[in-house]
Design a protein around this ligand. Structure first.
Ligand code: SAM
Length: 247
């Protein structure tokens, strides 16, 4: 049987496509892509001429049998999305779950992922983080979600579009108070920027320079301060340690 390769592609800078990704894309029998026209351009630049099969959120379920049949014939298939790692706020989960249930061989070809790139350079704690994808589009649901996440101590990570970046920053500032935010914009592209500060500061930056509100964003928020309960446990533990050392 063939293998499904889940292949990460660049999030802006084409040079970030790994040699292994290029090799796999060149060797598979079929590439399933979110937007076939967009991916055809990427493949042309790599000198790869290949049949593409569209696989997006509206037809993913219907593609499963088709791709499974190709794998059963012994063909290798690659899955790519428009940018970054498939399945990360992108299609592919239904396919990968179904194929794994059927015992198919599935191999990741790791590479660019906006949330990982953003965290790696933000200077917020990364030992624990909570990736919350896109916030809901509707105002009420967005506020509820932000409220739910407000007590989490992990660094919060969101994806955001230029249409809603200001509204999201305003809601984060209003509902979570004065927390440190880092917004990574246009990662790996010419106008990559990191803005750092309170929601209010970042909104003021966007007011001064509207270009700062254009492009693609990863919004990261410092986690909530540790709960009183936990710090008490910590204090109790250090007291215990001190007593044990004395003894
Ligand atoms: N699968 C992708 C990944 O691995 O990061 C994410 C796809 S999701 C549909 C698109 C969102 O990812 C954008 O709205 C933005 O929040 C984030 N994103 C993608 N590329 C980015 C970039 N170059 N700079 C900042 N954020 C980016």
């Amino acid at each position: 049987n063939g293998t499904l390769y889940v292949v990460a592609t660049p999030i802006g800078n084409l040079a970030d496509l790994s040699p292994r990704a290029a090799e796999v894309l060149g060797s598979v029998a079929l590439i399933a892509a979110e937007d076939t026209r967009h991916s055809a351009r990427l493949l042309r630049r790599l000198g790869i001429e290949k049949r593409l099969l569209s696989l997006h959120e509206h037809n993913e379920g219907g593609r499963i049998d088709q791709i499974a049949a190709r794998l059963e014939q012994g063909d290798d298939v690659a899955l790519i999305s428009d940018a970054g790692t498939p399945l990360i706020s992108d299609p592919g989960f239904l396919l990968v779950r179904a194929l794994r249930e059927r015992g198919a061989r599935i191999v990741p070809i790791p590479g660019p992922c906006a949330l990982v790139a953003a965290l790696s350079a933000a200077g917020l704690p990364t030992d624990r983080f909570l990736f919350a994808g896109f916030l809901p589009a509707k105002e009420g649901a967005r506020r509820t979600r932000i409220g739910e996440l407000g007590a989490r101590e992990e660094t919060l990570v969101f994806y955001e579009s230029p249409h809603r970046i200001r509204a999201t920053l305003a809601a984060l500032g209003e509902l979570l108070g004065a927390r440190r935010l880092v917004v990574a914009r246009e990662l790996t592209k010419t106008f990559e920027t990191f803005l750092d500060g309170s929601a209010e500061t970042l909104l003021a930056c966007m007011e001064d320079d509207p270009d700062q509100a254009r492009g693609e964003f990863v919004v990261m928020v410092a986690g909530a301060p540790a709960q009183a309960g936990e710090s008490t446990t910590l204090e109790a533990r250090s007291l215990l340690n001190a007593l044990l050392e004395e003894g």
